[in-house]
Design a protein around this ligand. Sequence first.
Ligand code: HGY
Ligand code: MN
Ligand code: MN
Length: 426
Amino acid sequence: MEADVTEGFDIAAQPWGARAKARCDLLGLPPYSEVEGQLTRRFLTPAHAAALDALTRWMAEAGMSVRRDAAANLIGRYEGETPDAKALIIGSHIDSVRNGGRYDGPLGIMLGIDVVEALHRAGRRLPFAIEVVAFGDEEGSRFPASMSCSRAIAGTLDAMALEMKDAEGVSVAEALTAFGGDPDDIASAARDPRDVLAFLEAHIEQGPVLEAEGLALGVVTAIAAQKRLMVKIIGTAGHAGTTPMNLRKDPGPAAAECILALERICRAGTDGLVGTVGRMTALPGAFNVIPGAIEFSMDIRAETSAARDEAVITISAEIHAIAAKRGLRAEVHLMQALAESPCDPSLMGLLEEALADLSHPARRLPSGAGHDAMVMADLCPVAMLFIRCEGGVSHNPAEAVTEADCALAAQAMLHFIDKLERRERA
Ligand code: HGY
Ligand code: MN
Ligand code: MN
């Protein structure tokens, strides 16, 4: 499976794109996935550990020293001209959603490794170091909150996040300790802003725009604001056969009304407002029991925090009104809030110059998907390079990219580095 990269280091001649894609494909299978026949790789699982072992090898082969921090981030470092040089961090996440695609996250890590290997083979040293980071928890597919690893690096992770529990009742702190991390020393993962030059994340677009316009790459302008909430509609459990319909306190139909209300509110919204119910549970969850409660998640996003918050206030009020009308009780709990995050204009300019070098149009576009870059923006200036994905499909095993687009992305990243070097030496 491994492409044997032996000739020179002329990035255009290298099968880097093929190698980056092939490595993502390899990590799509057990032991790097928790489930046979699909990719599910959640934070702090054996599949996560296996993926870090493979990445450690590949980072070392590319000329990097490799370490893990207290938050289980994997960090490869390619030194600059001086040992204490500031770092350009290139990275993305290694965790996946359940039954997800192979490129959402890992591709940005593999391209970072390829770019460093090209520099290493050329014996090039820069006025800055390059660190390639595999963040362990961007999706939040195991614990209720997400982005905990990039928040640890950015120094914005609050202790409460470590107490969050997965479906089996295991806390982040317990899982992190078992994994070899150190929740008591999580603060040591936080980077000093004086040591970091910038953050660059290459990521599939997860949307249809680039493909629709026949473009391989795009420059991200900003990342949408998002909130994650858990809703609980509380009624009275009862016998499904003996309880007349008019005497029920059934939260099921109420939850259905709430979800329709969320759809109506978001369809009528502005600023790219979207709302999703991705997880729903009837408790106690038996065929013949009227549920005592229904729990469901809400993921609400918009290009501005204001539009996001207005929608959250409106839907929360409607949920309480729907429950009250039916003699039920509702709880709406905020699990996480991420503000909209602009990318750095000067870094966007360097990315556009890099695309111009490759005779590729400079297409700017916002990101509706969340990324570690929105968290890293609290630490340093950030830039994101989008890569076309087939049909814009993502969070789906049908997610697909081409080797040619991956190779072009690697070239664009190297040209970006060239321009960053020129800026730093000026
Ligand atoms: O949910 C998101 O936008 C990202 O894929 N975690
Ligand atoms: Mn992602
Ligand atoms: Mn994702």
